[in-house]
Design a binder for this molecule. Sequence first.
Ligand code: PRP
Ligand code: URA
Length: 209
Amino acid sequence: MSTLHIFDHPLICHKITMMRDKNTTTKDFRELAEEITLLMAYEATRNLPLKEVEIETPICKTVCKTVAGRSIGVVPILRAGLGMVEGIVRLVPNAKVGHIGLYRDPETHEPVEYYCKLPVDAQDRTILVVDPMLATGGSASAAIQFLKDRGCKDIKLMNLIAAPEGVARVQKDHPDVDIYVASLDERLNDHAYIVPGLGDAGDRLFGTK
Ligand code: PRP
Ligand code: URA
């Protein structure tokens, strides 16, 4: 069964509140998205396996620990997911980045695919799908299915803000995928926007409205 992890660290809560504020500028919104993602990635990678390696310090030889196991791939859902890539890549510089282009049809709210480009070894990596908003869950669920269709088996989903409806949809469609969020909000409104949410994440990130 998929687990929902809610990161309620005080700094994450504080920064999410700043992102929600409609008076926050595009520049600040972008920086906050990156900072929150970095803090979330730090928490989400807490249980990464370690292995022992022998190194030599200026003083002596010693055995220390380094991260073992699968390499990481980050897959933002275009376009708002792009705002979360840098925060992860700053922590995990060797991560490779794939892209899945989806937009929500404004009438049906169903996701429409327009782009997909993944690392060649995506199926051997732990894939972090990132998108600031998990609303109906249609986009995330479709993106995860594209990844599974291309052989990916170890997939996690990271969102800044989720609605209960989106969490339920992804957990139903993909019970093997854990979900990491900074906030679980109340509900969706009639336009399938998250309440209270932060509005349209893509527009606020890129200043398109
Ligand atoms: C937003 C958001 C998610 C999707 C969430 O993207 O970034 O991808 O909506 O909604 P859902 O859970 O109901 O599918 P949008 O379609 O606005 O595209 P954009 O990122 O290009 O702005
Ligand atoms: N997409 C957004 O950008 N915001 C929402 O609240 C829902 C979908």
